[in-house]
Design a protein around this ligand. Sequence first.
Ligand code: UFG
Length: 337
Amino acid sequence: MQEVINSQGNSSTMKILVCGGAGYIGSHMVRWLSEHGHEVVVLDNFSTGHRGAVQWGELLEADLMVPADLQPVFASRHFDAVMHFCARSLVGESVTDPYAYYANNVTGTLNLLEAMRRHGVELLVFSSTAAVFGQPQSELISEDHPKAPINPYGASKLMVERILADAGQAYGLRSVALRYFNAAGATLDARIGEAHACETHLIPNVLKSVLGTGGSLKVFGDDYATLDGTCVRDYVHVEDLAQAHLSALNYLKDNPGAHTFNLGNGQGFSVRQVIDAAARVTGRNVPFEVASRREGDPASLVASGRKARDTLGWTPIWTDLEAIIESAWRWHQSPAF
Ligand code: UFG
């Protein structure tokens, strides 16, 4: 597809392969790209994704673990860029089943990178995570914070970041790794949202507790050295993440090499504060009980979003926690899948 550059220097139309486009963040990305005039092809193996989440673009069922699956995907189309969301992403599961994490997250990505190289696709935006940092050593985590992952999930993502740096040197691959802090929320019309078969994340579990569909909410530890003893996190709306991916892609046009950005609102909220905010948004009580700490949870994880703002011009719209929860609440009251 021929690339058209508009007056802001942005590509007005790109053909983009979204790997993992049936998942939570991937499906919001697909929608965002489609609504911003781009042509999207979704690749997913549906191990955790939902067919109902793919409402935009062309859908290909394929598995990054099967290199033969990728050949026809790339041979019959030219992509301007790839966005890569496929991954196993449960911290606890990565500790008990590390082979699955290294195989999927590292080998699967290598298969994708090799197919991109063979077919001359030079732009990649990769989903990374705050888990690459391990235990935080400062209140706000910037990109140069030491990387010392404490679980195989974070280690697998950091390995890919290193592979991308090497690929930039060796093959000229241009890449951005975006390290999400706590992705949350849903589109306002509730056509898509967060739906995990085994839900581990706080905001969905809080809302399920309100609805009585998820059992009683457990607060994992109230004896941390934080304002109220519960863990502090930086919640960032999934549409703001989508916006950052598109900005990252445009950035790559003029900036070769491998880049990393932390994506968060730069503001931390404790588990108790999230529960209180959810009670205000829903107008209902949030039943919960305090349980013991969950292994591997740092007390506080808050991003410095400064580099993404200064370099990518990323300006999150969803800076209000209650608004983020409200968007998730609309989805969870009647999830479409
Ligand atoms: N929590 C509860 N009860 C729940 C679920 C979560 O108390 O039912 C607490 C957790 O202990 C944690 C906070 O709420 O303190 C947030 O937990 P989430 O599971 O929603 O998110 P995490 O911070 O554990 O996970 C995020 C990303 C991961 C990433 C990790 C890095 O979702 O991809 O940060 O630590 F690996």
